[in-house]
Ligand binder design. Structure first.
Ligand SMILES: [Zn+2]
Length: 381
């Protein structure tokens, strides 16, 4: 995310803050500054409060990030925004159990903080004669040291409970999707999670209108937008699962021979090339970055000297989606496509663009046919 300031780094994960957070700090300082008996105490209280809440949010996101990192995913950092935190985790194939564990980690951390602070909150409530949630909410608005603990406790409890609502894109929705995937498979699980996401987004939007609270409205719009993106990704994934990778592979002159000079690999510009022997078997991969690294020695080296001798290949009947997952797993931008062990072409990250275009044209055709069917229906009526 651009335009962010770096706060600190935990286990190599950078925590950054978006400048719009300054608006929240100003609003909180104004709110408590004008509502407290002592304005200076109110402003100080608001600053400590903002820090405490955002440490809780950062902790929540860090828990996600650490568990994602343990599952082998690359984490690009965490950004704190006025509506919450976002952990930038690279998408990659995960088992449902791993997905559920990563999703659980955030709310679990907030629940732990809530449990740790509960004895202090109980003692504070007993000593002040607070015996209802309404009274507690009223007391929380006052700027004082004991209220600080109460607000941190309340913020962590709300963070945990809100995120455990089983609607996408909230953590509860991800846990639900992971469980449903085990029972019903990816398609139904994804569709149910999207449906729950829309239902929760609309319910929140109505709540925002009812309470006339713009923050609830913003969170609802954010949830609806995230659900829409998830729905599109799911549709794309399901479509990509139906297309064979062979349809999108490029023949690329049949790859390159292992004994060829590296100079040949530079013809037509350096690119990822499958290394293919005389029998048509893929014996290695020549990665673009290695060709560039050894370009100065191209006349002295052969392809065999520089190639990766452990290529991962895919059969041309394999769905495009699985080929894409294979590329994510290996971390390489290309995969050789074979037919009964013989080289048939290469599938690269660039080819994904052609897949999207193909699916886009298919989608449009289907949409027009639907419009046509509707028109015909009207005519028939
Ligand atoms: Zn979360």
């Amino acid at each position: 995310m651009t335009w962010t300031w770096r706060l600190f780094t935990v286990r190599g994960i950078e925590v950054r803050v978006h400048p719009t957070m300054l608006l929240v700090v100003c609003w909180a300082a104004w709110h408590w500054g004008t509502h407290a008996f002592d304005p200076l105490l109110g402003v100080l209280f608001s600053l400590f409060l903002i820090i405490a809440i955002f440490v809780s949010v950062a902790g929540h996101e860090l828990a996600h990030a650490i568990f994602a990192h343990r599952s082998g995913l690359a984490v690009n950092g965490i950004t704190l925004l006025p509506i919450g935190g976002v952990a930038q985790i690279e998408p990659a194939p995960l088992l449902p159990t791993q997905e559920a564990r990563i999703a659980w980690a955030g709310p679990a951390l907030n629940l732990c903080v809530t449990l740790l602070l509960t004895p202090v909150v109980v003692v504070s409530c007993l000593s002040r004669g607070i015996n209802s949630i309404v009274q507690l909410a009223m007391v929380m608005r006052e700027a004082s040291v004991t209220n600080f603990v109460l607000v941190v406790w309340g913020a962590n409890l709300c963070l945990a409970l809100f995120n455990l609502v089983p609607a996408f894109p909230l953590d509860g929705g991800r846990v639900l999707r992971a469980w449903l995937t085990v029972i019903f498979g990816r398609r139904i699980a994804g569709q149910v999670a999207v449906l729950f996401g829309y239902a929760a987004g609309v319910a929140l939007l109505l709540a925002g209108l009812y309470f006339r609270d713009p923050l609830i409205g913003i969170i609802a719009v954010f949830m609806l937008a995230a659900t829409l993106i998830e729905q599109r990704l799911l549709r794309l994934e399901l479509a990509m699962r139906r297309l064979p990778v062979g349809q999108f592979a490029v023949w690329d002159m049949g790859g390159i021979a292992p004994d060829a000079s590296l100079v040949h690999a530079l013809h037509g510009g350096p690119r990822d090339l499958a290394v293919v022997d005389a029998e048509g078997q893929v014996v290695g991969m020549l990665w673009r970055e290695d060709v560039l690294r050894y370009a100065a020695l191209a006349y002295e080296l052969t392809v065999r000297d520089v190639m990766d001798p452990h290529p991962v290949t895919v059969d041309l009947s394999l769905p495009v989606y699985d080929a894409y997952l294979r590329m994510l797993e290996t971390g390489h931008p290309a995969v050789p496509v074979t037919e009964r062990g013989r080289y048939r072409g290469i599938f690269t990250a660039d080819r994904l663009l052609h897949v999207y275009r193909f699916l886009g044209s298919q989608q449009r055709k289907r949409d027009y046919s639907l419009v046509l069917a509707e028109l015909l229906g009207l005519v028939a009526r």
